[in-house]
Design a protein around this ligand. Sequence first.
Ligand SMILES: Cc1cccc(C)c1-c1noc(C(C)C)c1COc1ccc(-c2ccc3cc(C(=O)O)ncc3c2)cc1
Length: 225
Amino acid sequence: EITKEQQVLMQAILKAYERHQIPQDVAKRLYSAEENFLLLTEMATSQVQVLVEFTKNIPGFLSLDHEDQIALLKGSAVEAMFLRSAQVFNRKTPAGHTEVLEERIRKSGISEEFIKPMFNFYKSIGELLMSPEEQALLTAVTILTPDRPYVKDHAAVERLQEPMLEVLKKLCTLHHPHEPQYFARLLGRLTELRSLNHYHAEIITSWRVNDHKFTPLLCEIWDVQ
Ligand SMILES: Cc1cccc(C)c1-c1noc(C(C)C)c1COc1ccc(-c2ccc3cc(C(=O)O)ncc3c2)cc1
């Protein structure tokens, strides 16, 4: 049977225990727009590094004209990163991971008018339920887009992109036998990506107006500063 003094001791301990919760704002700390921007900048910079390595492994890419290689990378970086970050949003990882990324993008100083089309795109990519092969090929097809600004030898880029499109088309038929339109839907996403490019250029400008700093690699690939 618990004695009186044991009761008193227990109450004192319980009271002290309940008091030592960390303050709710720290527990649920919503990162400031500044902190979110810095983390996203770090993610984008590392993503560009990974993207360059991926691109160098696309068969034939390194035999393209060197200036065209740069033009293709600069012209496709944002689109490739939308595709890559979209996989993260739609991957069934423990909820925390995707929520954090979504939360940080929503609270990084991007104006509402751009957030809507961005997340519509993320949702439309998620609905496609692409296989890893389709994701990789779609990214390669995006990078090998012949009509990027400043590309001189269009034909050489087309010769690399065509076999990718052929394989992608076959994969779509294999993976989605009941959806003959699946390949067309995939290519439709590439059109949506182009429009996001324009939005993104405005997002960059508005960040710069608010004196946000980018890393040297991002300045180089996005022609800022
Ligand atoms: C905000 C925005 C949206 C879309 C495209 C761009 C460039 C921007 C954009 N525009 O500007 C910025 C910075 C400079 C503020 C960004 C931020 O870009 C990114 C690019 C990639 C990623 C990202 C995040 C998690 C990943 C996890 C994994 C993995 O677990 O396997 N893999 C790759 C991952 C890549 C996040 C933000």
